[in-house]
Design a protein around this ligand. Sequence first.
Ligand code: AQP
Length: 334
Amino acid sequence: KPRIFSGIQPSGGLTLGNYLGALRRFAGFQGTGPETIYCVVDLHAITVWQDPAELSRRTREIAAAYMASGVDPEQSILFNQSQVAAHAELAWLFNCVARLGWMNRMTQFKDKAGKNSENSSLGLYAYPSLMAADILAYRATAVPVGDDQKQHVELTRDIAAKFNHDYGVEFFPQPTPLIEGTATRVMSLRDGSKKMSKSDPSDASRINLTDDADTITAKIRKARTDAEPLPGSAEGLKDRPEAKNLLNIYSALTGESIDEILGKFEGQGFGTFKPALAEIAVDVLAPITSKMSQFMADPAEIDRILGKGATRAAEIAQPVVEEAKGIMGMIRSR
Ligand code: AQP
C-alpha cells in the first residue's frame, strides 16, 4: 500500500524554508490515495540539547503548524515520534545494518557538528539511521522533503536495500524523496550560500511562521542583496545567490515563474521588489500564523490529538518492527 511519511523537528520555531519546502505540501497529499503519516520528530530534536519545557511547547507548536497548513488529524496520522517505541527500536536494528562509512559521508552531520565533532552527541551522528527507521517503520513509499534531506532519504534506500540483501528478503521498499517546486532550498536572508534554518543563531536570517507583518517586512527590507537592478530573465540571476533566493521565494509564494516575475520588475532595484515581496509573504503567512495561535490556545487538545495519532501509528509500525526482528532471527514468543 502506498504511504507518505514526513517529519519536522521541534528544534526551533518553523521557518519560511520549512513551510515552502515541506509543510505546505503535506495537506495536498490527503485524499489522493496514499495513507499520509506526519510526525513531530522529538527524538531527532534531542540530538542537540533542548530545554525540556521548550521541547514540549515546540512539539505542540509544530503540531499546530501541521494543522494550520491543512493537515487533518482524521485524514492523516499526526503524532510525535517518542510516543511510538517502534522508531527507536527499528533505529537500533538499522544501526547494525548501516555502515560507519555511510554516516561519514552525511553533509548534515558535518554542517551541524562543525569543527567540534568529537563533542557532538552520538545521536547526532546516528540521526540518519533513526530517520530511516521513521520512514521504513511504515514501509513508506514516498517522502516529501526539502532538498537538504535528499541525502538522508537516499541513505534510507541504502539501508532498506542492505537489510533486504543481508537477510534475503524483499521486506522494506525503496522510498522516493519528493522534492518539488522553486523553494526546495530557501536560503538565509543574511547569506545566500547558507540554507534558511530554524537553529541559525541570527533571527534576521530567517522568517519565522510566528513573525508578525512588521517583522516580516523589516527582515525582507534588511535582507542582503547586491546593488544591481533586476535582470529581464532568470539567466541574469547567475552568480547572484541572494537575488535568486528572493525571486525563488516570490515564485514559490505566488506560483508565478521567475521569468514572469522578472518581466514585471526588469530594470528595477530591490527598493521596489522587496516591499512587493514582503506584502505577498505577509498575505500568505498571516492566516497560517493566526490558525497556529488558535490551535496553541488549547494545548490539552493538541496532546490528545498527538496521543490518538500515536496509537494509530503504533498499530502500523509495531508489527513491522516485530517482523523485522523475526527476519533477523530474534525469538518472538508472545
Ligand atoms: N531552507 C529550507 N528550504 C526548504 N526546505 C527546508 N527544510 C528545512 N529547511 C529548509 C525542510 O523542512 C522539513 C523539516 O525540517 P527539519 O525539521 O527536519 O529540519 P532540517 O531539515 O534540519 O531544517 P532546519 O530548519 O534547518 O532545522 P534545524 O535548524 O534544527 O536543523 C524538511 O523536509 C526539510 O528538508
